[in-house]
Design a protein around this ligand. Structure first.
Ligand code: ATP
Ligand code: MG
Ligand code: MG
Ligand code: MG
Length: 439
């Protein structure tokens, strides 16, 4: 992409309403624009990152054997009356009446909708196990929307639902989700720690939240510092293997790690003192096992092969897709701007032309740009007439992992400058070598 033809409305001033760094940088880098309280437009740069995050989630969900579908944002209240949650859900639910006076609502979560799809189409244990998921907009009328996309009212969520014949199979689905979430967050350059949590309005017996440690997080967390040494990494996993998935769950949840909602001081005190940590965290996902809580009242049953109709065991599993942009920035930035992890960066590399209009500089930039694109990479080429200082400031703010700086003086010696956004280190090298290093 050539910057002269792109839409990147960066702000020079720090917007007064933004209280935390991710919100400030997302506004300044022209990634989002507030439409109304807690509701945002995703400008091109923000939208690119959102899509990258979404792609990783789709990839990891399907690797785990889960099947994507898409359900509507508006639903009828009737299903929620069947489950008993229409009254119970409270003020966070945005209720809408259509022209025929029918009660509708903007989906805050979709257990009822998916259970209705299931019961209409599945009747035999032979069709199980089944896990369906979507990535779709949700709405919760949060009392205090704040911190930009971190706590929006309209937000983008991956929500997945497993249907299983037995509790044991459903717990395997739970463990499988835990494994796939570990992989998902790591690919985004994030450490998200599974912590025992409270089940809240979704209800259920088993639940873990995934928290990214950050000072601006809204949850208080207590954990054994050993847990931050754990990495899933690139190990192989057979998602069909109950043992393998259970072993990962045990490895990642056996140490003390809880949010304030479930914190147990006596248990925490059994952790050696030098390993006890109290910090703050951002909830970027949550997994639940809740058994037959919805299948029973809504009649989602299957034949079990022995002549009985039994309600299916279910769980639901969410990832805060739009919140993740804020969480990644909170975890990865400096005083100049964002530092995108490679996996989610909106563009792979920036090219800064120090003297647009100079024949040699223009030609060298065009060549680098073409070479990177031929490698399947997405460079952002600043071909504008702005001052070098302004170009650097924009590149630092939008946080691309690499910058290639091209100017007439370097070109006389046959070199360009390659700079790493994370370390700030620069080196001079021939253009082809710079391209090879970035790729
Ligand atoms: P929170 O405790 O932050 O209110 P939640 O526990 O109500 O979140 P879940 O029902 O577990 O949320 O939804 C799954 C995920 O969706 C959360 O882990 C979070 O990452 C994201 N999420 C929830 N509410 C919001 C929101 N208002 N804005 C952005 N993301 C959200
Ligand atoms: Mg909430
Ligand atoms: Mg929560
Ligand atoms: Mg939650």
């Amino acid at each position: 992409m050539r910057l002269s033809r792109y839409f990147l409305p960066v702000l020079k001033e720090t917007p007064a309403e933004a209280q935390i760094v991710s919100h400030r940088y997302m506004l300044r880098a022209g990634m989002i624009k507030q439409a109304s309280a807690g509701i945002y437009s995703w400008l091109p740069l923000g939208y690119r990152v959102l899509r990258k995050i979404e792609d990783i989630i789709h990839d990891e969900q399907q690797r785990a054997g889960h099947i994507p579908l898409l359900m509507p944002t508006l639903q009828s209240a009737d299903l929620w009356r069947e489950s008993g949650r229409y009254e119970a859900y409270g003020e966070e639910m945005l209720r809408i009446t259509d022209r025929h006076d029918r009660d509708m609502l903007y989906t805050p979560t979709a257990e009822e909708l998916i259970t209705d799809i299931f019961r209409a189409n599945v009747s035999s244990y032979k069709d199980l196990p089944l896990t369906l998921y979507q990535i779709q907009w949700k709405f919760r009328d949060e009392i205090r929307p704040r911190f930009g996309v971190m706590r929006g009212r309209e937000f983008y969520m991956k929500d997945g639902y497993n249907f299983d014949l037995t509790k044991e199979d459903a717990l395997h689905a739970y463990n499988r989700h835990l494994v796939s979430y570990l992989r998902t967050y790591e690919r985004m350059g994030l450490q998200a720690i599974p912590m025992r949590a409270d089940s809240g309005p979704i209800g259920g017996d088993d639940t873990h939240e995934f928290l990214v440690l950050a000072e601006t997080g809204e949850s208080e967390v207590f954990y054994d510092s050993e847990i931050t040494d754990l990495k899933f990494g690139d190990r192989e996993i057979d998602y069909d293997s109950h043992e393998q998935c259970r072993a990962v769950l045990e490895e990642f949840t056996s140490r003390y790690a809880r949010t304030d909602e479930t914190h147990d001081e006596a248990l925490f005190n059994q952790v050696p003192e030098e390993r006890r940590r109290t910090a703050r965290g951002i909830e970027v996902g949550q997994i639940f096992y809740f058994g037959t809580k919805y299948s029973e009242p809504m009649g989602a049953t299957v034949s079990d092969g022995e002549g009985n109709q039994v309600p299916v065991h279910m769980g639901s599993h969410g990832i805060g897709v739009s919140r993740l942009l804020g969480a990644i920035i909170e975890a990865s930035h400096d005083d100049k701007g964002i530092i995108w992890p490679e996996g989610v960066t909106p563009f792979h590399c920036g090219i800064v032309n120090l003297k647009s209009g100079d024949e040699a500089a223009d030609a060298a930039c065009d060549k680098i740009y073409a070479a990177l694109r031929a490698l399947g990479l997405d460079p952002l080429y600043d071909d504008t007439n702005d001052r070098a200082g302004a170009k650097f400031a924009t590149m630092d703010l939008i946080g691309l992992p690499w910058r290639i700086t091209v100017g007439p003086r370097g070109l006389k010696n046959g070199v360009v400058e390659l700079t790493s956004r994370r370390t700030g280190e620069s080196e001079e090298l021939p253009p082809e070598e710079a391209v090879a290093k970035v790729a």
